[in-house]
Design a protein around this ligand. Structure first.
Ligand SMILES: [Zn+2]
Length: 86
């Protein structure tokens, strides 16, 4: 992502973009944003993430869901098995 120059002070010294999720009034209005802040004057801009930037985030979320769903199943199998055979 090219960030160019600060529109307030002209500095090109930006902090690392921070990813934030902004949620609107309804759950369907979600914006994935990058916040970048000028190191010099603190001017902050929002950029909506491109599809390409969103890809790894979405993949990570899928991994988390698999984790959240698989672990209780494994525990649900392991604990009775341990009780029966242990
Ligand atoms: Zn600035």
């Amino acid at each position: 992502m090219s960030m160019g120059k600060c529109s307030k002070c002209g500095s090109s010294d930006w902090k690392e973009p921070r990813h934030v999720r902004a949620r609107g009034i309804t759950a369907t209005t979600v914006a994935e944003l990058n916040i970048i802040t000028c190191k010099k004057c603190g001017f902050t801009e929002f950029y909506e993430l491109t599809e390409k930037e969103l890809e790894p985030i979405k993949k990570n979320e899928n991994k988390i869901w698999i984790f959240v769903m698989v672990i209780p199943i494994l525990i649900g199998i392991a604990v009775p098995a341990w009780l029966v055979f242990g």
